[in-house]
Structure formats: structure tokens, C-alpha cells
Write a protein that binds this ligand. Structure first.
Ligand SMILES: [Fe+2]
Length: 587
């Protein structure tokens, strides 16, 4: 038996996973337990969950993989210090980060009060990213790339995967980073929080890339397909921009300099009105990212002319750019992990160690993201008993529906009636997306559904689109490209003749960030959408994460609390169908 614990620790989106005998037992992000978005630190609650799922204790674990390798790229670090003479506080911060990564095992021993017998493996950050895609894909061989903020002094890594092996042979080093470019411009447009970049991606189609010439002054694509940042516009290499990682949500200081204001005009402050200029800058940022992204992919394919692409790193969350890969590059098939960002380094590091120790099965194959906690009807029933008074006070009626078909039919009918459904089933998703187990579901046919959702629950920026979950077998009929997109990582154009049929999931540019729902990996969700399709001839539902300005719900308590404090119409909690009786009808 081989037992491997994988960790992303002291980094945003800290997370843990457990692999036993070549099978993924469990994987979860710490933010879901701590209830703080992007929580960074030592992910003890995720570790506890993974070990409990496997019926193990930390002392049983034979290998611990950590997705950082102190000491790697040290010559590059030294050369940078000698040539740039950065702020000593920046140096101290970096040394502290390295110390944290290298002492995770000591921290574990202290917290758990044991002496670890496990062998500790520090896997270079980008190698873990590459492994998180290639080593869990079906590919026998693939060109691999990680595009990121930073990790182990590099922002981008290219390499190749074959069989059990994945290697890096080209890197873009600190301080040049497409992730930092996108984050700095996200701050400039007035979205200051860690992880806000997706807002710029959502805003971009409302603008025109009128600032692309200025963006090309900031990001310089090189003849070899790599890139450089014009450093005068950035602060991250000279000042301490205060990434805070320890036992809290990450916070980031201002990444750009006054020179960026000279170039683009005043920055938008958070909360100020979004003007056309800001939308144009967002469009230009996305256009620049895509220009650099496709230059990298062209260079990668020239080096490794494989039809297969394994793509990961924080920038691989750019589902708009990902959706254009088949249109703009020679790659014919791609694999993107459910957690392309740093959480994914837990599975990446662990799968890399699995490939090295090579006993028995030596590669995972991850088609599904359902690797988090699940709760039985017995556990949910007990919760409902304790909350019975609140449920009654909220004017709810409740049924226990054991028959899955009836549960799906009743839920599909409620969706078709325009109701907002909280859908809590099975194991929680790994990665940032709700994929039909911790989701809020609605009717995609209703043009007003976005406003209804925002008014009642989500309260998010009106420009951000909602996404469709579509039956896998219906993709080609509704979208202009046809591919497996199980983790909602690609945006495709909806066929023009279909757009008016699903206005709630069609973005302003005619695109949709689809999730393909497969009968073999999520049969209940597939059945629900099939029932909705039978009623409406539309084989998709609107799917947004089950939360209200918080991490996606993990436990039934959080789902029930979210349902009771918002204006959701129905909560389907396992087999419990809870419906508000006194809600104003939307129709
Ligand atoms: Fe990373």
C-alpha cells in the first residue's frame, strides 16, 4: 500500500489531497472548512478531512508532497538581487516564504504532536502544476505548460510529458509574469482583492481593445514566444507588496507604479462607476493576455509538435483564452485540471511523487472533480430536526423523496417554473467551480434570471455572466465547438440561432462558459438536466456556485443557513426537498 498526502501550504488556496495505491481518496481546499476565501496557511482541516476519508492518521502516511522546492533556481535569485538591489523588506518576505515552505513538516509535527515517519518531497512549484494536468490526464504524451503568477522564482514553465514522466525545459523567471500583469491591471480597474481577475475577464466583452498599443508597451512578446514585462510599470520586484499567507486570506499590495497612470490615465477606485474606458482597458488586458498566451502555445508546439496540450497554473483559469486554443493553435485536445491554480499543486505534487515511487498503478486519471466531503441523509435528517423551527418559521414545506427520478422531476419542474434552487448532493467539488453538487440552479431561458439571482442571492457585479451546465451529448447542437469541458474551464460561442433561447447564460459576446455534464461521472445531475430538457427541450440549466459572498458551501449546515437567509425558493439537500410556500412567484 502506498499513501501519499499532497499539500499546497502557506500559499493562497491552501489544500490537501490523499492518494492511496494510485487512487485519489479525497481532495479539498481549506477555504471550504475555514469559511474564508482563498485561505492560506497550513491546511490542517483539509488534511484531517482527507485522513478521515481514508480511515487513517497522519502517522500512517508514507509520503508527503509539497508543491514548493526551496533552493531551486537559486542562481537566478542571486543574479536578480545583484542586478536589481530590491527593497530589503521584499527579500525578508521572500526568505520567510521559503522558510515556511521548507518547514511544513516541522509545523505538521508540532500541530499533530507526532514524529512523522513520512518521507517529505518538495516538488518544484511549476513541476507540480504540470503534473496536476498531464499526470492525471488520459494522454500518453502531451506538450505541457504552466502559466502563473509566481512560484519558486518562475512564472511560466514549458515541458513535455510522456508516460509516467513530466519534465520542464524552459522557464520564464521572476519578475516577468503574465499573472502579475493581469493582477496589476485588475487592481488598476478597481478590483483590489486576491482572485478578482475573473471580473476583468467578464468585463472585457463590454469594451473594445482600444488600449492594446499601450498593453504592448507593458508586455513585450519576444521572438522566441516568451515575454518580458516593462518593469517600470510594476512594483512587485522592488517593493514588498505584502502577500500575507499565514492563517488568513491572502492580501496583496499595489502591484503597479505611477508610470501606469501616466500611460493609461487615473486608476479606478473600488466602488467608483465603471465607465466605457474601464471596459476598454479590460478588453485590452484580455487581448494582450491572449496575444502572449498564444505566442507561448505556438512556441510550445514548435518545440513539442504533439496534438495534446496539458495546461495549468493560475492563468489557466482564463477560460475565455482557453476556449480559443483549438481555433488559434495546432493543438487538437487539451486537458485542464479542475483546480488549475495553486490548490491543484496538492494533487500535482502527490501525483508526481506517485509517478516516482511507481509501485503498481503509477498515474491517476481524473475525469471527475467530486472528491470532497459527502453527507448521508441520516446526517442531513439530524440537522433538519435541530433546525425544524427555523424551517417552519420561514414558511417552508418539506418532503423526503427517495426515488431519484421523482426528485429530479420535481426539481426540474421547479426550475422550469422560474424558481431558484439550492442543489446540494454527494461529494463537494475539488477546485473553484461548483459543478452540480454544491450549486444554485435556475432556468437559462429567462432573460431576467441574472437580475433575479443578483437581487435575491448573489449580489455580484451585473456585468458578470452566469454559466450553463449542459448534457455532454447536446454540446455540438448548442455550441460552435464540441469538446469535454467537465470542469467549466473553456468558454465557447453559443450557436447564433440558439442564443435567444438561453439568454440567462449567454454573455454579451454570444459566449457561454459551459460545463459538460457526463452520465458516468455525475449521473444524478445528468438525470436532472435530462428531466429539464424533457420539459423544455433545452438540455442545460444555469449553474452558479452555492454561496453568498463566501466560499462555496461545504456542509449541509452552511447550505441550509444560506437558503434560510437568502430568497432561494427551493433547497434540495440530499433527498430532502424543502420549498418556501410564501415566496412571491417570479412569473
Ligand atoms: Fe502557482
Amino acid at each position: 500500500m502506498s499513501l501519499i498526502l499532497g499539500l499546497n501550504a502557506y500559499h493562497g488556496d491552501s489544500a490537501a489531497c490523499l492518494i492511496r495505491d494510485g487512487e485519489l481518496v479525497a481532495a479539498a481546499e481549506e477555504e471550504r472548512f475555514r469559511r474564508i476565501k482563498h485561505w492560506a496557511g497550513l491546511p490542517t482541516q483539509s488534511i484531517d478531512y482527507c485522513l478521515a476519508e481514508g480511515g487513517l492518521s497522519l502517522g500512517d502516511v508514507e509520503h508527503i508532497a509539497i508543491n514548493r522546492k526551496p533552493g531551486v533556481n537559486n542562481w537566478r535569485r542571486l543574479a536578480f538581487v545583484l542586478t536589481h538591489r530590491p527593497d530589503p523588506r521584499l527579500m525578508l518576505q521572500k526568505i520567510r516564504n521559503i522558510r515556511h515552505a521548507s518547514s511544513a513538516n516541522e509545523a505538521l509535527e508540532k500541530v499533530y504532536g507526532i514524529s512523522l515517519k513520512a518521507q517529505i518531497h518538495h516538488v518544484e512549484h511549476h513541476l507540480a502544476h504540470l503534473a496536476s494536468a498531464f499526470l492525471v490526464s488520459h494522454f500518453d504524451e502531451a506538450a505541457c505548460i504552466s502559466i502563473d503568477g509566481f512560484g519558486d522564482f518562475a512564472s511560466t514553465a514549458m515541458g513535455f510529458g510522456r508516460g509516467r514522466s513530466v519534465t520542464i525545459d524552459e522557464r520564464v523567471y521572476f519578475p516577468h509574469s503574465l499573472g502579475i500583469f493581469y493582477s496589476a491591471l485588475t487592481q488598476f480597474i478597481g478590483f483590489p482583492h486576491y482572485g478578482d481577475e475573473y471580473k476583468v475577464m467578464g468585463l472585457a466583452p463590454y469594451g473594445k481593445p482600444n488600449y492594446l498599443a499601450q498593453m504592448r508597451q507593458i508586455v513585450r512578446v519576444q521572438p522566441d514566444g516568451t515575454f518580458r514585462l516593462a518593469l517600470k510599470y510594476f512594483r512587485h520586484h522592488t517593493a514588498n507588496v505584502s502577500y500575507s499567507w499565514n492563517n488568513c486570506a491572502p492580501e496583496v499590495g499595489t502591484l503597479y507604479t505611477e508610470r501606469l497612470i501616466d500611460l493609461l490615465g487615473p486608476a479606478r477606485k473600488s466602488g467608483e462607476p465603471l465607465e466605457q474606458k474601464h471596459k476598454d482597458i479590460a478588453s485590452s488586458v484580455q487581448a494582450m493576455y491572449e496575444e502572449a498566451f498564444f505566442a507561448l502555445l505556438e512556441a510550445l508546439h514548435a518545440r513539442y509538435p504533439s496534438p495534446n496540450l496539458a495546461l495549468s497554473g493560475g492563468c489557466a483559469m482564463n477560460s475565455v483564452a482557453n476556449g480559443k486554443v483549438y481555433l488559434r493553435t495546432p493543438f487538437k485536445k487539451m486537458y485542464l485540471p479542475a483546480a488549475a491554480g495553486d490548490a491543484g499543486g496538492a494533487i500535482g505534487g502527490a501525483s508526481y511523487v506517485l509517478s516516482m515511487i511507481a509501485d503498481g498503478r503509477s498515474r491517476l486519471s481524473l475525469d471527475s472533480a467530486y472528491s470532497g466531503p459527502a453527507f448521508s441523509d441520516g446526517e442531513i435528517g439530524k440537522l433538519i430536526e435541530t433546525k425544524q423551527q427555523q424551517i417552519t418559521d420561514a414558511g417552508c414545506a418539506m418532503r423526503w423523496i427517495v426515488n431519484e427520478r421523482e426528485l429530479c422531476q420535481r426539481t426540474a419542474t421547479a426550475i422550469a417554473e422560474g424558481k431558484v434552487i439550492g442543489w446540494f448532493q454527494g461529494r463537494m467539488e475539488w477546485g473553484p467551480r461548483a459543478l452540480g453538487n454544491r450549486s444554485i440552479l435556475c432556468d437559462p431561458r429567462r432573460a431576467d434570471m441574472k437580475e433575479i439571482l443578483n437581487a435575491r442571492i448573489k449580489r455580484r457585479e451585473s456585468f458578470r455572466p452566469f454559466a450553463p451546465s449542459i448534457l455532454r451529448e447536446a454540446v455540438s447542437e448548442w455550441f460552435e465547438q464540441d469538446d469535454d469541458v467537465p470542469f467549466m474551464m473553456q468558454v465557447f460561442q453559443i450557436r447564433p440561432e440558439k442564443r435567444s433561447l438561453v439568454p440567462a447564460v449567454c454573455h454579451v459576446d454570444g459566449s457561454g462558459r459551459l460545463q459538460t455534464v457526463h452520465a458516468d461521472t455525475n449521473p444524478l445531475y445528468h438525470q436532472l438536466i435530462a428531466e429539464f430538457s424533457r420539459l423544455t427541450s433545452v438540455p442545460m440549466v444555469l449553474n452558479t456556485s452555492f454561496n453568498e459572498n463566501e466560499p462555496v458551501v461545504c456542509r449541509p449546515e452552511e447550505a441550509l443557513d444560506c437558503f434560510l437567509r437568502t430568497k432561494m425558493d427551493v433547497l434540495v439537500l440530499g433527498n430532502f426537498f424543502i420549498e418556501r410556500q410564501n415566496q412571491e412567484a417570479i412569473a
